[in-house]
Design a protein around this ligand. Structure first.
Ligand SMILES: *[C@@H]1O[C@H](CO)[C@@H](O)[C@H](O)[C@H]1NC(C)=O
Length: 369
């Protein structure tokens, strides 16, 4: 048995230990809990899908945007698809139908769907059907039906013209001066003459070319018919969109080996367009989403379609604002954000795969909105 003096020591020691531990715990930074965020936005971007409806669904489920019945469960999330839903695989038709249905559902839930046209959408429109499989034409109900659906008289032609763009600028938050990201199928080239005003100029030229191509009578498909080239009346600037150096076909940001050159291009593009990141598809890496220059450039084509057998992937961005003074309420509405106040802005960028998420970059900085 300890005597009175030993008891005193044990009790004092215990108290000291408790005091030290509790003050240590108090000094630790509180975790940023959702309760302290004034604003939170999640964005998911998916690359080339090439006629694979199964993997399209698998990727959207992996990204927690749709459920087992293809219903939108993404709430206020933003989904961006960077083009080339068609060719190679069989089920392009189903992919376009799925996106049309998700566009309505997302907007009802306060979310957004941005769909971008790829070089393969344009190829089909102008009659270059070299990558169209027999199975795709059969699944569509024959060549005549397919041509009709894609024309200005058909649902898909109308959907492309109304709801697809050649490039998309997507804002991460709804306040003036909020950061935005650029999405294009191919690479934007810094010396491409029609970058500005961004994104309107590119989209006006893309829509011009597309509506010429889709105006009946559409070009008879090649093969077996001879390739007609761009539609009659196409302007030089419209032809530039479809050129090897244009936004649908160029691969510079993906293919250039010299990292320093790519970073200079990225810097120039970011300044010119006023966007934070340049994101594209078109050039597959069958293993991973490729980030360059610390995430200034991200290439998200991982050959998702069974026609390629690459890896299922999605780019995920989680953007949040926490008030520096006082706690705001968690809300995705702009009313929680107060102009002139200081916030901690946090942007987390991840590559998502079936085996897990991989961090690309995280930015945290103080800003006044
Ligand atoms: C474009 O999208 C809207 C919203 O989902 C839809 O109501 C509309 O029918 C689409 N337009 C065309 C021409 O398909």
């Amino acid at each position: 048995m300890p005597n009175a003096r030993q008891w005193m020591l044990i009790i004092t020691g215990g108290l000291l230990l408790w005091y030290m531990l509790s003050s240590l715990a108090a000094r630790r930074e509180p975790e940023p809990s959702p309760g302290h965020q004034a604003f939170r936005q999640r964005l998911v971007a998916v690359g080339d899908l090439h006629g694979d409806i199964r993997n399209t669904r698998a990727v959207l489920r992996m990204a927690k945007l749709i459920d087992e019945h293809d219903k939108w469960i993404g709430g206020s999330d933003i989904l961006v698809q960077t083009g080339d839903n068609i060719d190679r695989g069989t089920y392009a038709l189903d992919i376009y139908r799925l996106f049309a249905s998700l566009r309505d559902q997302a907007s009802e839930a306060g979310g957004q769907l941005h769909t971008v046209l790829g070089n393969h959408e344009f190829m089909n429109a102008i009659g270059d059907w070299r990558y169209v499989s027999k199975a795709d034409i059969a699944h569509w109900g024959g060549q005549k039906q397919r041509l009709h659906d894609m024309s200005l008289d058909g649902w898909l032609g109308q959907e492309w013209l109304a709801n697809y763009t050649t490039t998309a600028r997507v804002y991460l938050a709804p306040f003036k001066g909020a950061p935005s990201l650029s999405f294009t199928h191919g690479s934007l080239r810094p010396s491409y003459p029609d970058l500005l005003p961004y994104p309107d100029r590119i989209n006006e030229l893309g829509a011009g070319l597309l509506s010429r191509a889709l105006t009946p009578p559409m070009a008879p498909p090649h093969p077996p018919n001879p390739y007609r080239g761009l539609p009659e009346g196409t302007t030089a600037a419209e032809a530039g969109v479809y050129d090897g150096g244009g936004p649908l076909w160029w691969r510079g940001l993906a293919d250039e080996l010299d990292e320093k050159t790519v970073c200079e291009w990225a810097k120039e593009l970011k300044e010119k367009l006023g966007v934070r990141r340049i994101i594209g598809g078109h050039t597959p890496d069958f293993e991973r989403i490729v980030d360059r220059c610390g995430g200034d450039v991200i290439i998200i084509d991982t050959g998702i379609s069974y026609a390629y057998g690459g890896v299922l992937s999605a780019l995920e961005i989680i953007y949040s604002l926490r008030p520096v003074d006082g706690a705001g309420e968690l809300s995705t509405g702009v009313h929680a954000l107060r102009e002139g106040e200081r916030y901690i802005e946090r942007e987390e960028v991840y590559a998502v795969y079936q085996r897990g998420k991989k961090k690309i970059t995280v930015i945290e900085q103080e800003m006044i909105i």
